[in-house]
Design a protein around this ligand. Sequence first.
Ligand code: SF4
Ligand code: FES
Length: 246
Amino acid sequence: MNFTLKIWRQRHSSAEGRLVTYSVTDISPDASFLEMLDVLNADLVAKGEEPVAFDHDCREGICGSCGLVINGRAHGPNKGAATCEVRMRSFSDAEPITVEPWHAKPFPVIKDLIVDRTAFDRIMNAGGFVSVKTGQAPDANAIPVPKDAAEEAFDAAACIGCGACVAACKNGSAMLFVAAKVSHLALLPQGDAERNERVQKMIAQMDEEGFGGCSNTYACEAECPKEISVVHIARLNREFLRAALV
Ligand code: SF4
Ligand code: FES
C-alpha cells in the first residue's frame, strides 16, 4: 500500500509547528501504524533528514504512550484500539493521512508528535493511590468484594492514561481519566479509607492543570481505546458531592 502523509513537525514546545507532506510506499496492510512511521523514519534517516519524533513503548495497547490524532480522530479509525493497535489495512490504498499530536493546553508539544502528559502524573500524585496497609497479595483474597463492584472496578482500572479522552473533548476535559481512577479505588474496600480526600484532591489538581469541564458530548467514551464508560463520570460527580457532605 502507498500513502501520502501530512505530519505535524515542531522542533520544540515554543517553536511554530506545521504539517509537512511525506510519501511512504510498499507498506504491508498488516503493518501497524507505528511500523509505517518506522518505515518513513528509516527513509528520512537514509536521506540525512531528521526523523519524526513520536512516543511509543509496549506497542500492544497497554502502556498508553502512543497517542496520535489520525485523520482528526484520537487513536485513528478503529474503535477500542490504541494507535499502536491500528493496522494499515484500516485505510484505503493511497488514502491521504494526517497525523497530529494531542492538541490540548495541559499537554504541550515537546517535539513533533510527542506531548508532555505529566499533568496526568500530577493528578495521580494528588490522590490516585492507596496508602493504607493492604498486606500481601494473598490478603487481598481474604477481603470479600461484591462481584458487581469488582467487575466495575476492573473495567475502570483498564484506563491506560493515554489522554485520548482529553484530545477528543472539545473542552479538553480530563473527566473520564479522573473518573476511571476515582471509580476504580472508590469501588474497592482497600480504597475506602482515603475515598473523600482522594476525589477532592484529584479534582483540585485537574482544575489546577487547566483541563476543561465535561462537554457532555461523550466524545471521550467514543475515542477511549479501553472503552471506559461515561458512567464513571457520573460516579465521580457523586463521589465529589459525597465528600463535600461528610
Ligand atoms: S479514560 Fe480512556 S482515553 Fe482517557 S486516559 Fe484512560 S484509557 Fe485513555
Ligand atoms: S505503545 Fe503502548 S499503548 Fe501503544
